[in-house]
Write a protein that binds this ligand. Structure first.
Ligand SMILES: [Zn+2]
Length: 89
């Protein structure tokens, strides 16, 4: 996950959930369930799940442990579950 994750996720060609193709400027939030880049619509669906709150907390805890970076640090991937990537290339 640490190596090259940023580039891969930031420029994912399509939503890993619904397979919708991303435009380069589309935002790509990560799923708190499987850390895959998904589209805004799928993110909204995910947020409606009854266990979303718990899954978010579990993800954040696991993420902080894995990266040793504070949650708000954009260099750690934790951050991007809520602050979506943009592909800038
Ligand atoms: Zn989607």
């Amino acid at each position: 996950m640490e190596d090259n994750w940023e580039k891969q996720l930031a420029c994912a060609p399509q939503c890993l959930r619904c397979n919708r193709a991303f435009a380069p400027q589309d935002r790509r939030p990560l799923s708190v369930y499987d850390h895959q880049p998904i589209c805004g619509q799928c993110k909204q669906e995910e947020e409606k799940r009854p266990d979303y709150e718990d899954a978010s907390k579990a993800m954040i805890a696991a993420c902080l442990k894995a990266t040793n970076k504070p949650y708000g640090d954009p260099a750690g991937y934790c951050f991007h579950h809520f602050c979506p990537f943009k592909c800038n290339d």
